[in-house]
Design a protein around this ligand. Structure first.
Ligand SMILES: NC(=O)c1ccc[n+]([C@@H]2O[C@H](COP(=O)([O-])OP(=O)(O)OC[C@H]3O[C@@H](n4cnc5c(N)ncnc54)[C@H](O)[C@@H]3O)[C@@H](O)[C@H]2O)c1
Length: 332
């Protein structure tokens, strides 16, 4: 697979928006390994996942542009000459999106349109990947959830993600701007922000376990999720970008095997060798946003792209614990 990806990206000009964030920086490192020329665009908005340390291992092999995706002039410049554009910049705070809807809409919807307009005017040949969220489905009646399951987003963040996805499709169909949308499930792993629990619950559990704290597992802990290790997610993004048949499609990136939140807490505690857990009632905001059990039907991405996750929850949590143990001062 690595040879295949190297062939697809070697010598290619690539832009990653949100490239100093969690998924974007892991993606950037892999693109550098594949021999791509990588430009990262990130506005380092406080409270989101941007961290310059995330690209420390490749600091001499990436270029960073500290611009906002809503800045048309910067965007018009950075899209030029790019073979691939991975659009990962976004505000991901579900709870904040309900109390501060304007910035969510502005970053997540307007930001996507600024990128697409720049491509339409200055680089219509670029191949684009947009990372949406499994939250677009809301509560699902049938599991695993396939891409044609009814869409009932429960919050503004999920709705703006869905809206962006539809706008990408409109540009794909009307302006020939090729794009693929990936609906990511809950991703965990190294290089995520660890300062607050408002997004990235799996990583938050891991932080609490490392700190020897008591993890508060909401409800009875039996709600199911397909937690996915970030390196598997990066594989999915790269493999989708390099698959001609993926363009124009929406593909789930998750796992058809699920774990409960209680299992996650126990694995985090075992791998960290510290911490404890207790049941706690849902907060009001969390209860309103909680869709219940969710795991992804990944038969479409398996068929079209040939991707499937390869890292077990325990192995992924172990890698994550090791990373943060070694780099704790950079993240909390
Ligand atoms: N991590 C997950 O579990 C998950 C799940 C589903 C979907 N996603 C989607 O994947 C994408 C990446 O998520 P992530 O977890 O890496 O988030 P992240 O917060 O770690 O990274 C996002 C990056 O985008 C940057 N950014 C935000 N607004 C910007 C703007 N206006 N201009 C320029 N840069 C801006 C931030 O500074 C940050 O570095 C997001 O679109 C998110 O919605 C992530």
């Amino acid at each position: 697979m690595n040879d295949q990806l190297r062939k697809a990206f070697e010598g290619k000009e690539v832009l990653v928006t949100g490239g100093l964030g969690f998924v974007g920086s892991n993606l950037a490192a892999r693109l550098v390994d594949c021999g791509a020329h990588v430009l990262l665009m990130d506005a380092m908005i406080p409270g989101l996942g941007g961290n310059l340390f995330n690209v420390e291992p490749v600091r001499d092999r990436v270029v960073v542009n500290f611009s906002d995706i809503r800045d048309e002039h910067s965007m018009n410049y950075v899209v030029r000459g790019k073979d691939f554009i991975f659009h990962l910049a976004g505000q991901n705070d579900h709870v904040l999106s309900l109390t501060d809807p304007y910035s969510d809409i502005d970053i997540n919807i307007k930001g996507s349109v600024v990128l697409l307009e720049a491509c339409r005017k200055f680089n219509p040949e670029a191949r684009l990947v947009y990372t949406g969220t499994r939250g677009e489905y809301g509560s699902v009646a049938k599991l695993p959830a396939s891409e044609d399951a009814p869409i009932n987003p429960k919050g503004l963040y999920e709705l703006s993600s869905l809206t962006s996805q539809k706008i990408f499709k409109i540009y794909h169909d009307n302006h020939g701007i090729s794009s693929v949308t990936l609906r990511l499930t809950n991703i965990y792993g190294e290089r995520a922000q660890m300062l607050h629990s408002r997004f990235g619950v799996a990583n938050w559990f891991i932080r609490q376990a490392i700190d020897g704290e008591t993890i508060r597992v909401f409800g009875d802990g039996q709600i199911l999720r397909d937690f996915l290790y970030v390196q598997d997610c990066v594989d999915a993004i790269l493999m989708a970008a390099s698959s001609e048949q993926a363009y124009g499609e929406v593909l789930n990136v998750g796992d058809d095997k699920a774990s409960s939140f209680l299992e996650l807490a126990k694995v985090a505690i075992e791998e960290a060798g510290s911490g404890d857990w207790e049941f706690a009632p849902f907060t009001q905001e969390r209860a309103a946003q909680e869709p219940g059990d969710f795991y992804s039907d990944i038969s479409k991405i398996r068929r079209i792209v040939g991707w499937e996750p390869i890292t077990s929850l325990r192995a992924g949590v172990k890698q994550t614990v090791d990373f943060y143990r070694h780099n704790k001062p950079q993240y909390w």
